[in-house]
Design a binder for this molecule. Structure first.
Ligand code: CTP
Ligand code: MG
Length: 235
């Protein structure tokens, strides 16, 4: 089985605040995207990384990746992204050469995922799961609400799912390639998670243990945490 990673990196990063597209923002002096590409290339199983870049930034991303050494066993491709994350993932999949039968989808915004997590996902797909997601138990209790129309207005609680049965999902998510392609052809709802499209095909998605350091850089405080994790690694 040959494994490729698709990295959607075409988002603006609105929640992070003004500045360059999120994937190009620096972390320890190196763009977040470069960390994310290296995190995928760190797995000996991954021989191709497809980066889905901001549509106006493909040239910049190409030269960025040319300038930052990857392991010799790893090739990369850069393709322009789309309006929604889902579109970007689909455009990445369409660029994938035929010989890859396992595909990882990994957020550029999770630059610090450890290689053991990547390998655990790949192994579970190799063992036959059509879709595999790394995930962690929740620290916070979660409530479902009836969302308020006006921002900041109180919202009535609808339900409190049992916390012990909930998991917070991370990336890379791993797929049998044909299954993920079929999911993209079939499912048209807007989703925030690739594996949920496979669920909608009626297939069982498997969860493996995620990692604290695979958190998503979403808001400014996440950048503070990411810098601290990187500094600790460099000790
Ligand atoms: N992404 C993408 N194409 C889009 C939107 C998102 O490739 N049209 C990517 C982002 O670049 C990111 C990943 O999907 O690596 C996860 O999305 P998210 O964390 O929501 O990033 P953004 O959409 O950039 O951030 P925000 O929602 O705050 O604008
Ligand atoms: Mg987003």
């Amino acid at each position: 089985a040959r494994t490729a990673a698709v990295i959607p990196a075409a988002g603006r990063g609105v929640r992070l605040g003004p500045g360059a597209p999120k994937a190009l923002r620096a972390l320890g002096g190196t763009p977040m995207l470069v960390h994310a590409v290296r995190a995928m290339a760190a797995s000996r199983a991954v021989s191709l990384v497809v980066v889905v870049a901001p549509p106006d930034g493909t040239t910049e991303v190409k030269s960025l990746l040319d300038a930052h050494a990857l392991p010799e066993r790893t090739d990369f491709l850069v393709v322009p992204g789309g309006a929604e994350r889902q579109d970007s993932v689909r455009l990445g999949l369409e660029a994938l050469p035929p010989e890859y039968d396992i595909v990882l989808v990994h957020d550029a915004a999770r630059p610090l995922v450890p290689v053991d997590t990547v390998d655990a996902v790949i192994e579970a797909v190799r063992d036959g799961a059509p879709a595999v997601v790394p995930a962690l138990p929740l620290a916070d209790t979660v409530k479902e609400v009836e969302p308020a129309v006006a921002e900041g207005a109180p919202e009535p609680v609808v339900a409190t799912p049992e916390r012990a049965r909930l998991r917070a999902v991370q990336t890379p998510q791993g797929f049998d390639r044909a299954t993920l392609v079929r999911a993209h052809e079939t499912v048209t709802d807007n989703v925030t998670d690739d594996a949920s499209m496979v669920e909608q095909l009626g297939l069982t998605v498997m969860v493996v243990p995620g990692h604290e350091e695979a958190f998503k850089v979403t808001r400014p405080l996440d950048l503070v945490l990411a810098e601290a994790v990187l500094a600790r690694r460099r000790l």
